[in-house]
Design a protein around this ligand. Sequence first.
Ligand code: DGY
Length: 354
Amino acid sequence: EVWNPNGKYRVVSTKPMPGTRWINLLIEQDCRVEICTQKKTILSVEDIIALIGDKCDGVIGQLTEDWGETLFAALSRAGGKAFSNMAVGYNNVDVNAANKYGIAVGNTPGVLTETTAELAASLSLAAARRIVEADEFMRAGLYDGWLPNLFKSPILLFFPDRFVGNLLKGQTVGVIGAGRIGSAYARMMQVILLSKSPDVVFSSILGTYGQFLKANGEQPVTWKRASSMDEVLREADVISLHPVLDKTTYHLINKERLATMKKEAILVNCSRGPVIDEVALVEHLKQNPMFRVGLDVFEDEPYMKPGLSEMKNAIVVPHIASASKWTREGMATLAALNVLGKIKGYPIWGNPNQ
Ligand code: DGY
């Protein structure tokens, strides 16, 4: 799909993106916009090289694509100046390779902060109150009337506890990776759920918490910074993961660390799948039926490790944390602005190098 065919600058988007604002602002600035409409969900490096072609000023890409040396070299050969991920996470982008070829890299922070935090909060609540299991029970036509206790009906042999879950009020919430999204999640959990407000525990070792508070003028009065991540894992009843995925956070939650968590804890991951050792997690879920997880991301996305889909104590959703109309349109707009900024010589919005 091509917009403004005679535009001076050629900008390629590897996927159709929501809304038209991003297209209009590129067109207004004399760009020819080419949108790949291939039906494939995940484009290969070869597909993208073909899209870049001989002349390309900038590309807007997706988190499913492998933006490494090969693609940045191809973009540089085509005279490209800029690449933006339509995502805040950029673990799929080799920023050093981009720097080597003189290509600016952008991401889309900000617009997805609240949306992602809302999903993490939703998963925390849904896991605590076993909403998905209860929904399945209802749809299967198994509900035979309200009961206060166990084993009163033959059906309940398979559902002996009638979805009794955790009361979150007064519990301790831990955030690992307390940056923009982690802090927004903590604020939501604090307001909605916590009666003992000082018990929101932050990990200080991974986040940029201090910088965030300074930038936003918020006061950390009721938030406690944990002395270590292990303290968070040990003490929190609900833990939400929000670190950036890099070498230091790969398999951050492994067998040993899972073993230090409370037996009835809830673990939520809306960051990146490989932050958790998913094989170890499946084993932990099997051994600890009261331990629950809410996962938006997976180690081998789009696949789940064997056994995960059978676990009743896991809620799994397909990477939808940023999936609100406003947010996705905002991400598309920011990604376009990033690329345009570099082409036109303006500062770019989201820049992992900063
Ligand atoms: C991101 O932006 O990094 C999310 O994973 C998708 O919105």
